[in-house]
Structures are given as structure tokens and as C-alpha cells.
Design a protein around this ligand. Sequence first.
Ligand code: NDP
Length: 280
Amino acid sequence: MPNYLQDTVALNNGVKMPWLGLGVYLAKEGDEVERAVQAAIRHGYRSIDTAAAYRNEEGVGRAVAQALKDNGLSREDVFITTKVWNADQGYESTLAAFEESLSRLNMDYVDLYLIHWPVKGKYKDTWRALEKIYREGKARAIGVSNFQIHHLEDLLQNSEVVPAVNQVELHPELTQKELLQYCNDKEIRLEAWSPLGQGNLLNHEVLKGIADKHGKSAAQVILRWDLQNGVITIPKSVHEERIVQNGNVFDFELDAEDMRTIDNLNRNRRFGSDPDNFNF
Ligand code: NDP
């Protein structure tokens, strides 16, 4: 049976990234994150999204190594994302933070390295560090997270590499249509964090209605909506049955009316912080 979780999208530098991956924010270092990552890879996931700030890079690294062994895979078969934390931004400090992430992950490269948040006055220097890391081949692609259009405009003015990805909060109550259009125009791939609204959208009546129609769950409907919008998505769960469920979204299609109905749920509602007004 084909493994659709291996379906990839080509980023702007040709590197292929799986459309759907496992997020591990709030997955506890140790057993919890290791079990989640191992279950995900066993069930066909090939992409894991972590960050220095999640304090679980060591567990992710151990679990990936074990899963590769158990499933007869090699390092090239998986796509690992991590991110530089705000306190480490700046040129030299980012270079050092990156080496620390690599060492915690016990890897000699990552597939995608992101600036976690657009820290004012620092993100351009941070980006120069990411460009160096990219040129040295230690990250196969580099990108940003939580960047609004004005942050991207500012960054693009004097950077050499166009970010491959912008990872932002995106779900049916925060559809990010303008940012999606902008990123598509610049060949920056949008990636959805908190795609399930941190679990808060799963009892939404409209989503449940569409889910019933397709014999799927509300979570699956949202993730399918991401994919049909051309948005990479990284739902988080530490429960094996949910990890399986979330990956099982390649065997049905939302019709144009479903897509419109979900688009219309937008309320510009954030469950996370506002990239123009955060204090961490
Ligand atoms: P999600 O929208 O992915 O929701 C996760 C929550 O939903 C968890 O409580 C999980 O519970 C629950 N859940 C998952 N699947 C199901 C299901 N099928 N049925 C019922 N409940 C379910 O939230 P996140 O905030 O974790 O976002 C996903 C990922 O995005 C993060 O893990 C992280 O990798 C990334 N992220 C990036 C940010 C950034 O600034 N760049 C910020 C926030 C997130 P349980 O685990 O108990 O199963």
C-alpha cells in the first residue's frame, strides 16, 4: 500500500518536505516524546517538528535513531525541523545555538531550521546566521516562523536566501488568506502550527457536520483542508490512535463547498501569541 504520509512538496530550493508531519510542542522530554515520535514513524510519518524551546530535542533525536533502526530506514528518509529560540537570536549566538541543537538531536544536519519568532532588531542578523548554516549544508532548507507580511518584506530586502517556509498559526478560525497569497507569490511555503486550534476546534458543529458527511473526524477534515489549500501541516498528539487518525487524510476529498464553508469560519482568532505583540 502506498504511504501517502511520504507525499512531499518541493520547497523553493527543490528540497522535498512531507505535507504532513508530527508536532511535538508540549510532548514531554523522555518517554512521552520518544513514544510519540516512534509511533509516528512506525505508522508512516516522515516529518517531525521540534524546537530548542520545546526542550525535547534529545528525546526526538533518540526516538528518530531508534525508529530508523526498527523500520529499516535511513536518515535521508526523515525530515527534521528545529528552531532557534528568541533568547539566542543574533548572528554568533544563533550559530552557537544551532550547534547545540544538532548536538542534542545527535544529528549532523537538520532538514529545516527556522527562526522561531521575529524578534525586533535581531531577526536580520539571525537570518544571516541561517544563511551561513544553509551554505555549509548543515540545514537543507532554512525558513522563518510567525512572520507577518511586513516582517517578510523587511527580511527579503537585504537577504540572499528567500525563506523556504513560514510556519504560522493557521486553522479554520485563523485562515491567514492574505499571508497565504503573499507567501505563494514569493514561493515561500506556508506551514500551519496549531492546525487543530490546540484541540479547541474539534467540537465545532460545522466541522463535525462536514466530518460526518465524509465519515471522518473534525481533526481529519481540518488537516485535509490544509492540504487542499497547499499548506503543510504538523498536528501534535502523544496518543498513538490520534497520531494514526491525523495521518489518515489522504483517502478523501473536500468539495468546493466544504472548502468555502471552512474558509468562512475565519474570525482572525488566535490561540497563540500575536507576532506583532509578544513579550518573550
Ligand atoms: P494542535 O492544533 O496540533 O493540537 C494539539 C492538541 O490536540 C493536543 O492537545 C492533542 O492532544 C489534541 N489532538 C491531536 N489530535 C487529536 C485528535 N485526532 N483528536 C482529538 N484531539 C487531538 O496544537 P499544537 O499547538 O501542538 O500545534 C502543532 C505543532 O505546531 C506543535 O506541536 C509544534 O510542533 C508547532 N507549533 C509551532 C509554534 C511556533 O511558534 N512555530 C507554536 C505552536 C505550535 P494529545 O497530544 O493529548 O493527543
